[in-house]
Write a protein that binds this ligand. Structure first.
Ligand code: PMP
Length: 359
């Protein structure tokens, strides 16, 4: 059986080489007579897997030594709560930018823990652009500023990193590792794994050390970043297999040439697809050019009645998971690191052919 081209927004395609390595290791990891899933998380073998994964991630992102890297559970959605719990630190409120569904969710959750000042929102424009930084109503007393560098559903990506005087917090779930990143600009970065990192079940948090240790009183021990940091993310049993697979992805990324190489490839993949959309009257993408996501490309067909046919024919050609998010409809092609240029070429060929037959 051949592998399909998978454009799923998440859980997303994993590199075939990673899956094959995992297959080889599955029953018997490195001659130990057991799989990674069956090892003690505190044993030397798993600890070496965990430490190697962290080191490879540190290498890829050039993470400065005054940042902790945590491998946690609960997904990015739990971070929507965990961030304010840990970072409000006695302040009255935090600043949030609202650029789509994922910002909205982060904002709704943060409101349970303190004040939220929405410094800018593009809701009136149906989330098609990042509001101009000059217009943000920033509060210099905010505990932090939270934003979503890439909105997975609306396909809106920032073309800048906000420069603010308070700790910058970013939900990088759908664009981490897609290009080099200057981690030192951030107080905290979090990212659910199931797009560019590995399988679902793990979330990576990169946090500056001085932000640890300010948890609100009365909160669960499990949600205190300081506890996780002190225990090397092993306060309780971590998701060992997801951690191991993420480590294989980090090694694969290094072998591809690291994040510079991924950035070049990702820019080329996205440019090709947007060009196909823009040069046709049949396909359309509503996002402002400067804010078009390189990772998630939503598009509509001129006639929505053709959506079902498009998806059916695509699937028959092994072009999978192209339906847009249920909240916005249309189509969406997610072009994460593990989605090859050949996959994008196959999608573009199909789109051209479909337009010729139905346009
Ligand atoms: N933030 C963003 C930007 C996302 O794309 C997603 C998932 N698609 C989430 C948060 C929620 O992630 P999780 O399902 O891991 O909670």
């Amino acid at each position: 059986m051949s592998r399909a081209f998978n454009f799923c927004a998440g859980p997303a395609a994993l590199p075939e080489a990673v899956l094959k390595q995992a297959q080889q290791d599955l029953v018997d990891w490195h001659g130990r007579g057991c799989s990674v899933m069956e090892m003690s998380h505190r044993g030397a073998d798993f600890v070496s897997i965990a430490e190697q994964a962290e080191q490879d991630l540190r290498d890829l992102l050039a993470i400065p030594s005054n940042y902790k890297v945590l491998f946690l559970q609960g997904g990015a959605s739990q971070q929507f709560a965990q961030v304010p719990m840990n970072l409000l630190a006695g302040k009255a409120s935090a600043d949030y930018v609202c650029t789509g569904v994922w910002s909205e969710k982060a904002i709704a959750e943060a409101k349970k823990f303190g004040g939220v000042n929405v410094v800018a929102t593009d809701v009136a424009n149906n989330f098609r652009a990042v509001p101009a930084f000059a217009d943000w109503q920033l509060d210099k007393n905010a505990a932090y500023l939270h934003y979503t560098p890439n909105e997975t559903i609306h396909g809106v990506e920032y073309d800048f990193i906000p420069q603010v005087d308070v700790p910058l917090v970013a939900d990088y779930s759908s664009s981490i590792l897609s290009e080099p990143l200057d981690v030192s600009k951030f107080g905290l970065i979090y990212a659910g794994a199931q797009k560019n990192i590995g399988p679902a079940g793990i979330v990576v948090v990169i946090v500056r050390e001085d932000l640890l240790g300010h948890m609100m009183p009365g909160m669960p021990t499990m949600l205190d970043y300081a506890v996780a940091a002190k225990n090397s993310s092993m306060y309780n049993t971590p998701p060992t297999y997801s951690w191991y697979l993420s480590g294989l992805v980090f090694q694969w990324l290094k072998a591809q040439g690291g994040l510079e190489a991924m950035a070049t490839l990702n820019a080329r993949k996205a440019a090709k697809l947007y060009s196909t959309i823009d040069t046709s009257d049949f396909y359309a993408n509503p996002v402002a050019i400067a804010n078009r996501s390189r990772m998630n490309v939503p598009f509509t067909l001129a006639d929505a009645n053709l959506d079902k046919t498009f998806l059916k024919e695509a699937e028959a050609l092994q072009l999978l998971n192209l339906a847009g998010h249920r909240s916005v409809g249309g189509m969406r092609a997610s072009l994460y690191n593990a989605v090859s240029e050949a996959a994008v070429d196959a999608l573009i060929d199909f789109m051209g052919d479909f337009e010729r037959r139905y346009g």
